[in-house]
Design a binder for this molecule. Sequence first.
Ligand code: CTP
Ligand code: MG
Length: 238
Amino acid sequence: MVSVVFPAAGKGRRMGARKNKVLLEIGKVPMLVHTMRRFSKSPQVDFLVVVVGADEVADISAMLKLVSGLKPYRVVAGGSERQYSIANGLKVVPEASDVILVHDAARPFVSLKTIEGVIETARRDGGAIAAVPAKNTIKFVDAEGTVVRTPARSELWEVQTPQGFRREILLRAYEQAERDGFLGTDDSGLVERLGVPVKVVESDGRNIKVTTPEDMIVAEAFLKEELKGKFRKKLRNH
Ligand code: CTP
Ligand code: MG
């Protein structure tokens, strides 16, 4: 079975809204619900764990009760850092999960192809992360603002979520990080420390992490276009 942990316990400071950005609506539906529905559409996904602020558990649980079309889920409290939130989520992942995915609740436009690609690759190879080839040239820069060197763009990928791993690998990575007091910026980073190889699954540019107010404009546009596509399909099938 496959379980997905959704870190959603951030404060959304860069969004500057008065509430957790994952509760902001895109086309009248909260971002978190869009994200959970995407994963619920995959027959390969069995269980969802939503990690929210300790003071949000009751309200978000009540809100989700009104939502249809979701796989079985649990809502738990997170921590002060994304990594701590995920660690809390992992505690309630069913033991029967052979593969666990972690996906930012703030990435509501992930495709089914990416979700299932990450699941398949994680199951086969142990670890898999969604990513896109870097669009921009990226440079190493020192503390004085001087360029140190320019890595070849062809070797650079921008990583996203979902990031998926065989259960025992991910749990071991989190235990080791906790023992070492290591704080990473993604889950793969914790697994890489174990020396376990992680594969890249090519994703697409729609899988943005909604971070700033401008991203909300882009999100509304993506949704509008998707709905148009769905409507056209319906007409064709009539
Ligand atoms: N997250 C979390 N627990 C935290 C911090 C972040 O679960 N302590 C989650 C966020 O809710 C989000 C994802 O991790 O879904 C990615 O984090 P980010 O985009 O940085 O969201 P926020 O931390 O909420 O935003 P900001 O950094 O602007 O405050
Ligand atoms: Mg953050």
